[in-house]
Design a protein around this ligand. Structure first.
Ligand code: C5P
Length: 241
């Protein structure tokens, strides 16, 4: 696979075209941002950890019947992915109520409801990524009701698979954000973007310690060490070296 042109140069990732029009290469940087880019820092080696964790989690979903854009791990910072047309929505799956949802609902951060909660977010920087509902997403022509049903079903299945996998690693999946795209090769809607401690909340089941991007958002320190813990425990749970 030949790496070709830089298609996208984000804060945290780059995307390159390849000699296959249906494949792209994701390259993970060490820069991390929060609060819509207002907070920014660089942690040496973080991109390598994000790439490895994301490859393991996306690969696990592929292997368990949930299609994602991930094809294969290429090297320490790079992975090969199916090219997609981005759907500007995020679906957030919550096992606990934390972060912005806790503030919105006025409940204690970490409140555990009896059900899991799904939220739909309109991925639009200018509008500050507002919450929207299904009718509004359909009205904007972003997706059909049928496609939204399929995305919700995928999120429920992926959320359960990852909750159970992380539990084996002694990690509680508190919440997780999924993005979707239409695959260039088949047109089907598949999970896209990364899945890593940058896009989930992950708490150590034994200590309650946060092992995710909240360490950066909340200035808790030990960002890369926590990501290393996630990677090592995940490898153990999956039985990979
Ligand atoms: O920020 P908030 O509390 O709404 O985040 C909910 C979940 O979505 C968290 O796991 C967070 O890491 C993830 N998220 C994300 N990208 C964003 C906003 C939130 O991955 N732009």
């Amino acid at each position: 696979m030949i790496k070709d042109k830089l298609l996208f140069n984000g804060n945290e990732k780059q995307v390159f075209s390849t000699d296959d029009p249906c494949m792209v290469i994701f390259r993970y940087k060490d820069v991390t941002t929060a609060f819509h880019g207002v907070k920014r820092a660089r942690f040496a080696g973080k991109g390598i950890l994000d790439n490895e964790i994301s490859a393991l989690l996306l690969g696990y979903l592929n292997d368990n019947g949930v299609e994602t854009h991930f094809v294969r791990f290429l090297g320490e910072r790079e992975q090969l992915c199916r090219k997609i047309e981005i759907i500007p929505l995020e679906v957030v799956f919550h096992n606990r109520i934390s972060g912005s949802l806790a503030l919105k609902l006025g409940v204690e951060d970490g409140f555990k409801p009896a059900n899991s909660i799904l939220d739909l977010v309109y991925n639009n920087d200018e509008l500050g990524d507002p919450l929207i509902n299904r009718d509004q997403a359909v009205a904007l022509g972003i997706a059909t009701y049928q496609e939204l049903d399929a995305m919700y079903d995928t999120v429920r299945r992926a959320g359960k698979l990852l909750t159970d996998l992380l539990h084996k690693a002694g990690i509680e999946l508190v919440d997780i954000k999924f993005e979707f795209g239409r695959a260039a090769d088949s047109g089907e809607i598949i999970i896209s973007d990364e899945i890593s401690p940058d896009t989930c909340r992950m708490w150590d089941e034994a200590t309650g310690e946060r092992l995710d991007k909240d360490r950066f958002r909340l200035d808790l320190g030990d960002v890369t060490d926590s990501y290393k813990t996630v990677l090592n425990r995940l490898k153990q749970a999956l039985g990979v070296e």
